[in-house]
Design a protein around this ligand. Structure first.
Ligand code: ADP
Ligand code: MG
Length: 354
């Protein structure tokens, strides 16, 4: 069950100042729990650098930053979930290359507002994600910050060179395919923001969030689609291009089109939405297609496949065909339920916008 965490977490627990451990003590405390499970990890935490060996495969590397107040709000994001999510969003980028994730590094900058117990909660989430996805934590960095918490995770993965899938391989007539359903994470955030405002006015009022369980879970505890990489491999489908949906469907479709030099027709009626997304959109009086196109943080995989591969994915509940690629000159369009064609625009997420 979710609750407004900082207010609750801070009560009734003894707290240990980070200064009582010092940097090396903290690193050791947080990292002793990490064991090595991947063959490609030769040396993990403890030396000046980790040593990895991938035996001739291509190595993919990706990194992300999470800044308190910009990317997360600790008044409704429990630290354990934050740790989990920080790992997941990185692994999602590895899977988007059609690669297997094998190692991560974790760097934190933390102010003295945080206690050892808070850092333990963060690392519990990191460890749970590492275990769930089978990756080794092989290093990181720890430093102090003058305000708040900053967290950066890097992920390393590997894949046979011929199996790497980039953003730039889509061809005209390829099918546009998406995993899972979208829009939920953004709506979950809207519900949490709304409840936070209610909570500010009346702290005794614990929010009723049961009927938003799916969309809130998609916001607070997203999963990366490791299973889709396995599924595609099992089905012998090699996507021609792929990207993970972090900024919103329209933004990602445009990335694939621009980098591949193609156009696209995306069908509104095909976009997979969870019933809770539809009902919450009705409640908030917002258009579910707008949310699906611009919401973001879905961490689903968006890919193009050749038409010849269609029979292999047909009827699979994890994959939905939502459109097809066209010649570049045709442009990038949404085909509405009324069969109108409107140009797709990327709202995307822009942290530098005021
Ligand atoms: P250096 O001075 O060489 O950067 P550190 O003392 O920062 O070494 O780190 C010691 C070891 O602990 C290294 O292996 C480093 O990768 C790892 N490490 C440091 N901070 C973290 C962290 N927050 N999470 C995981 N591993 C860490
Ligand atoms: Mg260091």
């Amino acid at each position: 069950m979710l609750y407004f965490c900082r207010m609750l977490e801070d009560k009734n627990q003894s707290k240990t100042a980070l200064s009582s451990l010092g940097e090396f003590g903290l690193i050791e405390h947080l990292t002793t729990q990490f064991k090595i499970n991947n063959k490609s990890t030769i040396t993990g935490i403890g030396d000046d650098a980790a040593i990895l060996n991938f035996k001739g495969e291509s190595v993919v590397v990706t990194t992300d930053f999470l800044v308190e107040g910009v990317h997360f709000d600790l008044s409704y994001m429990p630290l354990k979930h934050l740790g989990y999510k920080a790992v997941v969003v990185n692994l999602s980028d590895v899977y988007a290359m059609n690669a297997k994730a094998s190692q991560i590094t974790v760097s934190i900058a933390v102010s003295n507002r945080f206690t050892l117990e808070a850092m333990e909660a963060l690392y519990q989430g990191i460890q749970t994600a590492a275990k769930t996805y089978g990756v080794d934590v092989v290093g990181g960095d720890t430093t102090s910050s003058i305000s708040g918490l900053t967290l950066s995770v890097s992920a390393i993965g590997h894949v046979k060179a011929s199996k790497v899938v980039k953003r730039n391989g889509a061809k005209s007539n390829d099918l546009l395919v998406i995993s899972g359903d979208i829009g939920a994470a953004y709506l979950g955030l809207q519900v949490l923001e709304r409840e936070k405002e209610v909570f500010k006015v009346n702290p005794k009022n614990q929010p009723e969030l049961e009927r938003y369980s799916y969309i809130i879970e998609r916001q607070l505890k997203p999963e990366a689609r490791k299973d889709i990489v396995t599924l595609l491999n099992d089905l012998k489908v090699q996507p021609t291009s792929m990207i993970d949906i972090s900024d919103g469907l329209s933004s990602e479709v445009i990335h694939l089109c621009k980098q591949s030099g193609v156009g696209c027709d995306l069908y509104e009626e095909k976009i997979p939405l969870d019933p809770q997304v539809i009902s919450t959109c009705e409640e908030f009086n917002i258009d579910s297609t707008t949310i699906a196109l611009s919401g973001g943080e879905d961490y689903e995989l968006l890919m193009t496949i050749s038409q010849a591969d269609y029979p292999k994915i047909k009827g699979n509940p994890n994959l939905t065909v939502i459109g097809h690629m066209t010649e570049k000159a045709s442009g990038i369009h949404l085909v509405t339920r009324a069969q109108e064609k409107i140009p797709l625009v990327a709202q995307g997420w822009n942290g530098f916008k005021s």
